[in-house]
Design a binder for this molecule. Structure first.
Ligand code: ASP
Length: 421
């Protein structure tokens, strides 16, 4: 069985929903994961913000205009009065539910319920549309099987067991539609897998049902060899190793949520990135296959913080790096990039929540110098591994990369030099 995921823009208008239905209605059995229609999750977050700020009027106004938009979509999507009415009834219940939050106390529990309604709306609309067309499709609610554990990590065993039950309770269906993004936490409360988390849902489901393939459909034809927002004439990369894709996703390729890859990688399920606007384009296949000695892509990440840690105690000593890493670990801060010399180590992080506490600890045995890097630098994927040029300062690495029409030469210098500067 294949798992297909369609993002917000792919279901962003009634016409796009129809296009998605054409794509998935090919007689093959599949599970289809849908995001909210584009813009909806942001609007739901706005509603939650109004409620946090004790502004029920603002929330109601936003709810009403969102409801109007959905009513228009429904009018356009269905051709029979029966399905129009049925879906309008459902939409009314949903928006009344949203309005009910403007009356009581508002906490993060209510917020989580509100932000997940976009996926509930889109999946019900598409399922109803499929049923109007007479397709043998059903909705399997993500809240019945998608769950995280006490550490906030997906509970793979639970997900596997519960999705199996959902499929068994609905035997012989051609298309199983479900919501991306939303889940329950270990206590059964409504939660989510973070913004953009629908890719993760698809990957988790793929691993849970041992899918033959996971397809992530967006509005671009695969992962490109550079960021098309900044560079002209980029082209899709046809094949990537899971590790290359994860690195590119993390370091800037917005097409894929970085965590999404892990469950598919461990389950050895190929992930295809495909384009709803150009369904015949080959896209990108991500698998455990490696192409050696080939530079695949260049990605960039800005807004990183570099911490240069120097200590004479590091010279010829052992255990220094362990001490450094333990501090980052105890503050749950992941290190993105690292370089070392005999007397220092430089690391970069993007989560600075606990930066001052980390620095206080580090300063007990080393000198620290902080640098905030806002401009884009490069990282390179290829040669069988993702290889980062790791130049968060121009002199750190040599890059002779052809980026658009510019040729970028940067001078190599050692980590030691980097740390000294
Ligand atoms: N709807 C959610 C978001 O906008 C999840 C997703 O689209 O993946 O972040």
């Amino acid at each position: 069985m294949k798992v297909l995921k369609f993002g917000g823009t792919s279901v962003g208008t009634p016409q796009r929903m129809k296009d998605v239905v054409k794509l998935i209605n090919d007689g093959e059995q599949k599970i289809v994961v849908l995001s909210a229609m584009s813009g909806t999750t942001n609007t739901l977050i706005e509603i939650a913000d109004y409620l946090y700020k004790k502004n029920p009027e603002g929330a109601n106004e936003t709810i009403n205009s969102l409801e109007k938009k959905y009513r228009r979509h429904i009018d356009e999507l269905y051709s029979t009065e029966e399905w129009k009415e049925k879906t309008l009834d459902f939409i009314k219940q949903e928006f009344d539910y949203l309005r009910s939050f403007t009356k009581g106390i508002f906490t993060m529990f209510e917020e989580k319920i509100i932000v997940g309604q976009g996926e509930i709306l889109s999946t019900n609309m598409v399922t109803n549309y499929l049923q109007e067309l007479g397709v043998n499709a059903t909705l399997i609610p993500a809240l019945e099987f998608m769950r995280t554990d006490k550490n906030g990590e997906p509970d793979l065993q639970y997900i596997g067991e519960k999705i199996k039950i959902q499929l068994e309770e609905n035997p012989g269906k051609e298309i199983y539609i479900t919501q991306g993004f939303i889940c329950r936490n270990a206590y059964g409360e409504v939660d989510n897998l973070q913004r953009g988390g629908s890719d993760y849902t698809a990957s988790l489901i793929g691993a849970a049902v041992n899918a033959t393939e996971i397809q992530i459909w967006t509005d671009i034809d695969g992962m490109h060899n550079n960021d098309p927002r900044f560079v002209e004439n980029t082209s899709p990369v046809s094949q990537l190793h899971f590790e290359e894709a994860a690195e590119l996703a993390y370091f800037g390729a917005k097409i894929l949520h970085p965590t999404c890859i892990q469950p598919a990688k461990f389950a050895r399920i190929p992930v295809k990135l495909l384009n709803t606007m150009d369904p015949t384009a080959p896209g990108t296949v991500i698998s455990n296959e490696t192409e050696y000695r080939k530079i695949k892509a260049v990605a960039a990440k800005d807004n990183i913080t570099a911490i240069n840690i120097t200590s004479s105690r590091m010279l010829l000593a052992y255990g220094f790096l362990r001490k450094v890493f333990e501090i980052f670990e105890s503050y749950k801060t992941s290190i993105d990039m690292i370089c070392t010399s005999e007397v220092g180590v430089s690391v970069s992080i993007d989560n600075t929540t606990n930066l001052s506490a980390i620095l206080n600890e580090l300063k007990k045995f080393a000198q620290c110098h902080i640098e905030r890097i806002e401009e884009i630098r490069h990282s390179e994927s290829g040669k069988g591994h993702v290889h980062h040029l790791r130049c968060w300062r121009p002199r750190l690495a040599e890059c002779r990369l052809r980026i658009s029409s510019h040729r970028c030469h940067e001078e190599y210098s050692s980590a030691h030099d980097f740390i000294r500067r």
